[in-house]
Write a protein that binds this ligand. Structure first.
Ligand SMILES: [Zn+2]
Length: 569
């Protein structure tokens, strides 16, 4: 490809709306252009990268016994009614009507449509396992599309669905996908970490998210500094506190009333009483399925509502309003405590071991000190209810948890019978008995992966593409293309590289060298070959590695071979 012909409109200025570095660089290097909020056109460079990523995904899916299909984007509402998700999906779903007033949606995901296909096609255990995938556009009407292709309303996903006869076979599919994902992201030049996640509204028994650790990530994760444990903060467990701690040795004091006028927050209480937050027990009032319940966490900890909801097994959970709080505790907000409270009470594991705790007194401007579990108050259940944070003990080993932000690029899910049951997708087993199919679903955000690669592979000058996904692997730059010797040498190297199947661009533009170098760095060709008068006079050309900025000269006749070698490395 000649640079003079390449349709890659680079920008000097960073568009104001682009917050993320990947969004800025995709616009500046001429990979994408915005069509409307959250919807993008891929220009040649952008599409080439997308195709490289898709090639890797496709190869690894096929290697893991996946078979590619193409499901429709337009899906009938009836199928979504069968699983009850037409309503559940809410405003995020793009809905449309045809000329006969029938309702459809633009597929945000494809569990319904593929299960409906399989239920009428698969009859016997002999047809299992079955792993089907597609790489296709998905549509979600995000309330706030942003970050370029990272959070778009139209985006490209690879989704594979596995159909298995039993738990063992499902586990095999899950493992095969998990391992394929590790290979895919490594081949894309990404450093990812599989983290345990909460299965949330999609349901199912087990799930891992593949996270690209990056400052700009929207997902908060914790990982262990010594073993491979990693989890989304919503899900992350913490090591249970030692029962025989320092606290346990402390003598129990008598419970005392302390006037605390206007002191309603932990910070105020810390300065008022001059003791640390880990000596306080916070009492938070919730409405669980419309009934009040008190949840206790230590003063320096944060309650995790996902864990609390799971612990209580309720369908709805919300903080109680001030009227309810006054009614059930007898005190305004900020003075609730477990002593004498006649409500169901649940406590985080770290609470019962707090000796001589400070708690709210259930009266205006009153706290209690010297409060001890069992002697002064009791709880109905104890569980892991708090948010994991940096410095907490790892639940799997003696290591310590570290906090980080991540970009979710893939997720693997065991769905079990969540979709096969409502859609009645069954098969006949070895003994002729009808059984429900066990399912798994496995997604990769393909367009988001491209953005994540840039987040992890860039510097102040632009993108540093890993060779495996680069739009072109090399650029050949004659300093002065009007000079016949330089031009001939450049063209010869360009032709030899093409013959070696290296994808290469020849910068034949009559631009200043500085402009060409700037564009080459911005676009991020992994390798550049510069043909200049000084080196060429000695029969040499210069090879430059984009990522390391390493430069060296090679004889002009060996240039193509040397460059091809450098690309293989
Ligand atoms: Zn660990």
């Amino acid at each position: 490809m000649l640079m003079s012909q390449l349709y890659a409109p680079t920008l000097r200025e960073v568009p104001a709306e682009a917050e993320l570095i990947s969004h800025q660089l995709m616009l500046r290097s001429g990979m994408i252009r915005k069509s409307t909020a959250g919807v993008y056109t891929y220009l040649p460079l952008g599409l080439r990268v997308l195709h490289r990523v898709m090639d890797i995904v496709r190869e690894e899916m096929n290697r893991a016994d996946g078979q590619e299909i193409m499901l429709p984007i337009i899906q009938p509402a009836e199928l979504w009614h069968e699983t009850g998700r037409w309503e559940d999906y809410g405003a995020e779903m793009f809905k449309l009507r045809d000329r006969h007033e029938r309702l459809f949606c633009l597929g945000p995901t494809h569990e319904e449509i593929i299960t409906a296909l399989i239920r009428s096609e698969v009859r016997s255990y002999r047809q299992l396992p079955l792993r089907l995938y597609q790489i296709q556009n998905k549509y979600r009407d995000e309330i706030r599309p942003r970050f370029g292709v990272m959070r778009g309303r139209e985006f490209i996903m690879k989704d594979l669905y596995s159909f298995d006869k039993d738990e063992e076979q499902l586990q095999e599919s899950y493992t095969a996908m998990y391992e394929a994902y590790e290979r895919i992201f490594a081949r894309c030049g990404l450093d990812t970490r599989p983290v345990e996640a909460d299965s949330g509204t999609i349901g199912g028994d087990m799930t891992h998210e593949f996270m690209v650790l990056a400052e700009s990530g929207e997902a908060q994760v914790v990982y262990c500094d010594s073993c491979s444990y990693a989890a989304n903060v919503e899900k992350a467990e913490v090591r249970l506190p030692e029962v025989e701690g320092e606290d346990a040795a402390e003598t129990m004091q008598a419970m005392a009333r302390v006037d605390t006028p206007g002191v309603t927050t932990i910070e105020q209480l810390e300065s008022f009483l001059g003791s640390k937050a880990d000596r306080f027990v916070k009492t938070m009032l919730y409405m669980a399925d419309e009934k009040p319940v008190a949840a206790l966490v230590r003063g320096d900890h944060t309650l995790n509502e996902v864990k609390l909801q799971k612990h209580l097994g309720c369908t709805t959970l919300a903080l109680a309003d001030s009227t309810t709080i006054e009614k059930v505790t007898g005190a305004p907000v900020g003075f609730a405590g477990p002593v004498g409270l006649s409500l169901p009470i649940v406590a985080d594991c770290a609470v019962p071991v707090v000796r001589n705790a400070v708690v709210g007194g259930n009266e205006r401007d009153l706290h209690l000190t010297g409060v001890n579990f069992e002697r002064d108050y009791n709880v109905d259940t104890v569980g892991d209810l708090r948010q994991a944070e940096a410095g907490d003990g790892c639940p799997r080993c003696s290591g310590t948890l570290v906090e980080a932000y991540g970009i979710e690029v893939g997720q693997v899910f065991k769905l079990g019978t969540k979709y096969s049951e409502p859609l009645n997708a069954a098969y006949l087993d070895e003994s002729g008995r009808e059984r429900l199919l066990l399912m798994g679903c496995y997604g990769i955000g393909v367009s988001r992966t491209v953005a994540a690669i840039i987040e992890q592979n860039h510097d102040e000058d632009g993108i540093c593409w890993p060779v495996s996904v680069a739009p072109y692997q090399a650029v050949v730059i004659p300093i002065n293309p009007k000079d016949e010797t330089q031009r001939d040498a450049a063209e010869a190297i360009y032709r030899s590289l093409s013959a070696e199947s290296v994808s290469v661009v020849l910068d034949d533009r009559n631009e200043r060298p500085g402009v060409k170098f700037k564009d080459a760095d911005l676009i991020g060709f992994p390798l550049r070959i510069v043909i200049g008068p000084k080196t060429l006079a000695n029969g040499q050309v210069e090879i430059g590695i984009r990522k390391t900025k390493e430069k060296y000269t090679v004889p002009v006749d060996d240039a193509a071979q040397e460059a091809a070698k450098a690309i293989q490395r």
